[in-house]
Design a protein around this ligand. Sequence first.
Ligand code: FEO
Length: 174
Amino acid sequence: MLSERMVEALNRQVNREVYSAYLYLSMSAYSTFKGLKGFANWFMVQYQEEMAHAMKIYDYINDQGGQVKLTAVEQPPTEFGSPLEMFEKTLEHEKFVTKCINDLVNLATEEKDHATKIFLQWFVTEQIEEEANDNNIIAKLRLVGKEGKGLLMIDKELATRVFTPLAASNETQA
Ligand code: FEO
């Protein structure tokens, strides 16, 4: 049984996860347009992951007898600059999501809602991985700078990422 406040907060997070998916889909489209197929693949997998995050919360609200209420999804940007700038924006966005997850945990704690607190632990761990993945790619992009060969090597590496449906573990790969 979820409180009204908690249902509202979880619904807000569904919207944020769908927005995240939309943002990364936009980055994928941008990468394709720029001829960076590996980057496009990485962001397409990220889009799928974010939709899975949204659905995980969607299912949880339903399982707890709450009402899922979908709201308008904000339009994402369509221009992202260099690959480095794109990943810096990704990290910045993930830091925002981490803060939102922490706020949800704080609310669950305040409301002594142990079930939601346990449910949210998965997202707490996931956010550590998400930020680590972005930091890892940012470090590589800084290393190669504007050097085309290095960039193409990273593009090749990012092309290997595959979407794995959410399991019990927090699987993401850079
Ligand atoms: Fe669903 Fe990237 O956090």
